[in-house]
Design a protein. Sequence first.
Length: 125
Amino acid sequence: MTRDGFVARSVQRLVDGAEKLNLKHSAVGNPPVFETDDFPWAREVEAEWKAIRAELDNVLVRKGELPAFHEISSEVRSISSDQNWKTFFLCGYGIKSEEAIRQCPETWRILQKIPGLKSAMFSIF
């Protein structure tokens, strides 16, 4: 196993464990659809959707240059093996993409309203 493969598997194990803990201790359960009212910040974020959409539109101009999801996260290879599912990460697992934040500063500002935010991306089909 390569070092990168070992690191990816180790990180995935941590993420899987964190997800199990989140489900076990969730204050809002695990419904198929969450209610907006369960999250006090949701309406503030929703109210600024036009600013987020404007920045996404600028990202979409370069859609062909964006990485496919499986190129960023190997654990999704079973559901993403072509170039149709693109991603644009602002942060992943708490690690910020300064370049993405520079390209979408309003989106990043708006996302700061979400307590405990660890990952944020545009998922593009």
